[in-house]
Structures are given as structure tokens and as C-alpha cells.
Design a protein around this ligand. Structure first.
Ligand code: NAP
Length: 281
């Protein structure tokens, strides 16, 4: 029997569990504050930011969406980041990516105060994570680790394969799995014999961005399969990187799209903002 890892239900539970912590902060006159800078009108970014707004407001955060025109200069955007860095009411700050071509994402990411970097993308936070002393963790990997915890999936000594080596998913997931004592292989577009390597995995995390790329042939009997992919088909439907139906026939645990990793990413952003507010205190 395959267990579906219900990211939506776990996200709700995660947000519920934050309520007491938020009350405790409020008793000390601290309201978790989250600011999102949204540059331009990228439709996907608008949807993501609306989701963040919904979550933040439902938890009673102080929430700001700072919408700026696509023509904003890098210098002006840096000034905005600086002002939120200094704003005592703001504990979490993120600049929604992607940014227009004339703005260097790395420069903007570097400008965010690492203590307010609730996306966990700042090199200081990446470095701390890789050194085993994390402050802010990228939300998608953080959410995936919470799934393992919730479903009591033991990672110690397990063979884990992560397909994808991006800075926001693949690399930090591999680091967190290593910290949890799994033995980790990171695969990517240049990996040879990928199905054979994936088939070694007790834990398989797929983050590549190719619809239905991972089939049953990649899966060891009883493996845990986490599908991070979000791919929009021509009919507008979103699907993962994994052929869920057929892989579910072999896996012991599997995530679905929608209702898998996505809602957990959102929930962990909220949790990380609460953590930032608690640390400030
Ligand atoms: P990314 O930066 O584009 O990285 C993709 C990775 O996949 C790269 O390391 C690439 O290898 C590897 N790859 C591409 N094609 C491959 C192939 N045929 N075989 C093996 N590896 C291959 O993507 P990302 O930001 O990590 O995102 C990955 C997917 O997750 C996307 O669909 C994205 O939308 C989704 N995502 C979802 C959430 C969520 O909350 N649900 C959050 C973040 C991302 P190279 O390094 O060799 O190029």
C-alpha cells in the first residue's frame, strides 16, 4: 500500500501549530512582520505573492506587498531592501524572483539582511546550512524535511538520491538529508545511467522541472518519492516531474501535485518568519 504524503494537510497543521507561538509573541508586543517586494507584473509571481499574502493575513502577521514597476533601477530596489532591513516591524523580507534582466538577482539577494532572509537564499544562510549550523533554510527543502518527520520516515543510513542540483532545492535538500545521516547522491543533467542510480534510492527527491520525467523504471520497490516539480502543461494543468500513478504502484510513500511540496513551501515561509520574529526578541 502506498501512502500519499498529504502536503496540504501538513501545511494546515504546520500553520495551526504556529498560532500559539504567534500569540506568545503578541503577548510581548511583537507581531511577526513579512515584507514582499514584487517587481513588475509577472503572472506566476503575482499568484505566488497572493498565496503568501493569504497565509500571512490568516495568521495575523503584519504584511506588506511592495509592488514596484518593472522599470525600477537596481539602485532604487537596493534602497527599498535597505529600508526594510532597518524596519523594526519587519522580521522577514523577500524579493520575489525572477527579477527583470537589468537587475542582478545576486546583488539583491546579497543586500537582504541574512537574519530577515526568510527564503534562505542569502549566501550566509546557504553557507551556514552547508556548515551544519543553519539560521534560515530554503523553504522547499525545509518543507520536505518536515514531511519526512511527520510521516516518521527514518533517514539514517538510508540511500537517498536527489535529482537536480539547484541552489534553492537540490543542493540544500542534499545537505539536509546528509545532516539527517542519509547517504546522498546528487544527480543532474549530465548524470549517466540516471534510472539505474535513481533505482538505488530508498529516498528519491526529484527537482528538475520536466513533466512526468521519472517513471516506474527509476524506482526501487518501497522507495519514498518526493516530487518537487511544477510543470505547466499546454492545457494549463500543473503536473510534477514524476509519473505519479505508475510510480505509486512501486513506492511506499509519494507526494502528489497539487497538494504536495507546494503547500509545504508556503507554510515553511510562515514558520520561518515566526522564527525570525522569535530570534529578534
Ligand atoms: P532548476 O534551477 O532549473 O534546476 C533543475 C535541475 O534539474 C538542474 O540541476 C538540472 O541539471 C537538473 N535537470 C534538468 N534536466 C534534467 C534531466 N533530464 N536529467 C537530470 N537532471 C536534470 O530548477 P529548480 O528551481 O530546482 O526547480 C525544479 C522544479 O521544481 C521546477 O519544476 C520548479 O518549478 C519546481 N519547484 C517547485 C517548488 C514548490 O514549492 N513546489 C519550489 C521550487 C521549485 P543541471 O544542473 O545539470 O542543469
Amino acid at each position: 500500500m502506498t501512502t500519499i504524503i498529504d502536503g496540504k494537510a501538513l501545511a494546515t497543521k504546520t500553520k495551526e501549530a504556529l498560532k500559539q507561538r504567534i500569540e506568545d509573541l503578541k503577548a510581548k508586543k511583537i507581531i511577526p512582520g513579512l515584507a514582499v517586494i514584487l517587481v513588475g507584473e509577472n503572472p506566476a509571481s503575482q499568484i505566488y505573492v497572493r498565496g503568501k499574502e493569504q497565509d500571512a493575513k490568516s495568521l495575523g502577521f503584519y504584511f506588506i506587498i511592495d509592488r514596484v514597476p518593472v522599470s525600477i533601477s537596481q539602485t532604487e530596489l537596493l534602497k527599498k531592501v535597505e529600508s526594510y532591513n532597518k524596519d523594526e516591524k519587519i522580521h522577514g523580507l523577500l524579493v520575489q524572483l525572477p527579477l527583470p534582466k537589468h537587475i542582478d538577482e545576486e546583488v539583491i539577494t546579497l543586500a537582504i539582511d541574512p537574519q530577515k532572509d526568510v527564503d534562505g537564499f542569502h549566501p550566509v544562510n546557504m553557507g551556514r546550512l552547508f556548515m551544519g549550523d543553519p539560521l534560515m533554510i530554503p523553504c522547499t527543502p525545509f518543507g520536505i524535511m518536515r514531511m519526512f518527520e511527520e510521516y516518521k520516515i527514518d533517514l539514517a543510513g538510508k540511500e537517498a538520491v536527489v535529482i537536480g542540483r539547484s541552489n534553492i532545492v537540490g543542493k540544500p535538500v542534499a545537505t539536509l538529508l546528509t545532516m539527517a545521516n542519509a547517504t546522498v547522491t546528487v544527480a543532474h543533467s549530465r548524470t549517466q545511467n540516471l534510472p539505474a542510480i535513481a533505482k538505488r534510492a530508498d529516498i528519491l527527491v526529484v527537482a528538475i522541472g520536466r513533466a512526468h520525467f521519472v517513471t516506474k523504471d527509476f524506482i526501487k520497490e518501497g522507495a519514498v518519492v518526493i516530487d518537487v516539480g511544477m510543470n505547466r502543461l499546454e492545457n494549463g494543468k500543473f503536473v510534477g516531474d514524476v509519473k505519479t500513478e505508475e510510480v505509486a504502484q512501486v513506492a511506499s510513500f509519494i507526494t502528489r501535485i497539487p497538494g504536495g511540496v507546494g503547500p509545504m513551501t508556503r507554510a515553511m515561509l510562515m514558520e520561518q518568519t515566526v522564527i525570525a520574529a522569535e530570534q529578534k526578541r
